[in-house]
Design a binder for this molecule. Sequence first.
Ligand code: FAD
Length: 257
Amino acid sequence: MSETLLKRPSPEMVDAMRRRGMAERVLTVQSSTRVTPNMQRVVVTQEGEGAFDLKPGQDLVLMLPDQEGGLGRRHYTVRRYDAATGCIDLDVVLHGDDNPGPRWALNARAGDQVVCFGPRGHIHLRSGAEWRVFFGDETCLPAILAMIEALPEGAPATAYIEIEAEADAQAVETQGDVRVEWLVRAGPAQPMSRLLNAEVAAFQPPAGQGHIYLIGETSSVRWQRQSLIARGVPADQIIAEGFWRPGRLGGHDHVRD
Ligand SMILES: Cc1cc2nc3c(=O)[nH]c(=O)nc-3n(C[C@H](O)[C@H](O)[C@H](O)COP(=O)(O)OP(=O)(O)OC[C@H]3O[C@@H](n4cnc5c(N)ncnc54)[C@H](O)[C@@H]3O)c2cc1C
């Protein structure tokens, strides 16, 4: 086991995260493999006992080595959790080898350890919807597929997922009545997603109470939320969060304006 690779966050940070309801956990890497050309899957298990109370779609805050020799927070969704084996799958978008997330995922070896907090997050499958629609780019693919895979039998849902290349599409297993539209961008991700924004602009909400998930690059999510609200979609049907934006290091953006 690579104990030397384990860097611990400061006691102040552990306290601050605990006050926000997030437990500190030590994860051990089991494997790291390429799932599709631009996605690396790191399978981890939790050291020791401790309930892993996860809602499908939620994420973990990983403490990853940054360029300055410190630790930076990076959010990664639990793509899949197997309670029988304790295996937690994390799918990391390879948007640039120099950034802490992809660097960690590409170099992760069985036995490496990393500290995380969580599970956390308000992006998760909620009850009380007659239909659901998901819009997101590849950083949201793990969350969208985790939520789709947890749908009850016959539950209607549509997902629009932007990916870099056709080969980045993934198989979806669900009991829901689901349609997934893969939007192939052919190039690196940009702010103000042309493909996703066009789908949101064309979207006509079905009758009844539904949930619309808008996740991805923050300026796109903000534009999409404003576009729906301008067309009369009630704000309480929209669940929105910015997963990344140019210049931001880790973190997340609440989008409520
Ligand atoms: C709740 C939540 C769940 C998330 N789940 C996942 C997940 O399951 N898988 C996943 O891969 N990501 C996920 N993300 C997004 C991920 O946390 C961010 O992309 C994060 O910035 C990645 O860290 P990094 O070290 O790669 O880049 P950072 O060091 O944080 O960023 C460096 C720069 O790279 C650019 N950048 C960051 N992310 C991207 C990107 N995806 N595409 C293009 N440019 C980018 C920005 O300009 C940024 O300033 C999630 C985010 C949130 C908030």
